[in-house]
Design a protein around this ligand. Structure first.
Ligand code: SAH
Ligand code: MG
Length: 197
């Protein structure tokens, strides 16, 4: 990976207020998976490719990242960035709405990073669980959404997002088959694994 280019990509994204993964969130993910190289990663929400490029450091030699983005302009910039960072052979972008693309995917993933429309998190979870490897791990970013999710906040145009993030937390923490931690890093990170794996 070209680290100098990665820094430029990060700076430009921050300048343009693109909500890229925060440093402490990335560090936390790194801690959770650093013991083993991954063969496959699924990301929902590519934006300009920053997090996907960062995640290539977790991959085994022939590992692959599939990432989904619905905004054409962002897909275009992501492709340019991925090329600049010299990680093209690791990343495959699906252009379109994840709600339509996910049901058509049938791969198995070692890690799934959910980082797109907050109102769709329960749906993304269902699809992620269907495609998660037995020893896999799901990270959901922005799970605490500026603190709204854990407060009594519910009168705002964002209330659908908040309701669905709460639903995601409820499902992942109360399901007998899942083990979940909610961390206050970045904008909140939910970390879910299958039990007994
Ligand atoms: N993971 C990126 C940031 C993603 S920002 C990083 O850390 O670098 C969230 C992105 O998800 C936005 O670019 C938005 O266009 C995209 N998105 C939101 N809802 C989506 C959906 N339903 N399908 C596909 N992409 C979606
Ligand atoms: Mg995010």
């Amino acid at each position: 990976m070209n680290k100098e280019e990665l820094l430029k990509i990060k700076e430009k994204a921050l300048e343009e207020h693109i909500p890229i993964i925060m440093d402490d969130t990335l560090e936390t993910i790194k801690k959770y998976i650093s013991n083993h190289k991954l063969n496959s990663i699924l990301e929902i929400g590519t934006a300009v490719g920053y997090s996907a490029i960062c995640f290539t450091q977790f991959l085994a030699e022939n590992g692959q990242i599939d990432t989904i983005e619905r905004e054409t302009e962002r897909v275009k910039e992501a492709k340019e960035n991925i090329k600049k960072a010299e990680v093209e052979k690791f990343i495959n972008i699906y252009e379109g709405d994840a709600v339509e693309i996910l049901p058509n995917l049938n791969n198995k993933y070692d890690m799934i990073f959910i980082d797109a429309a907050k109102g769709k998190y329960p749906f993304f979870l269902k699809e992620a669980l269907r495609m998660l490897n037995k020893n896999g791990i799901i990270f959901a970013d922005n799970i605490l959404y500026k603190g709204y999710v854990m407060s009594d906040y519910n009168k705002h145009k964002q209330r659908t997002a908040v309701r669905n993030l709460r639903e995601y937390i409820k499902e992942t923490t109360q399901s007998p088959n899942l083990e979940t931690e909610i961390l206050e890093v970045g904008d909140g990170l939910a970390i879910t694994k299958l039990k007994n794996s």
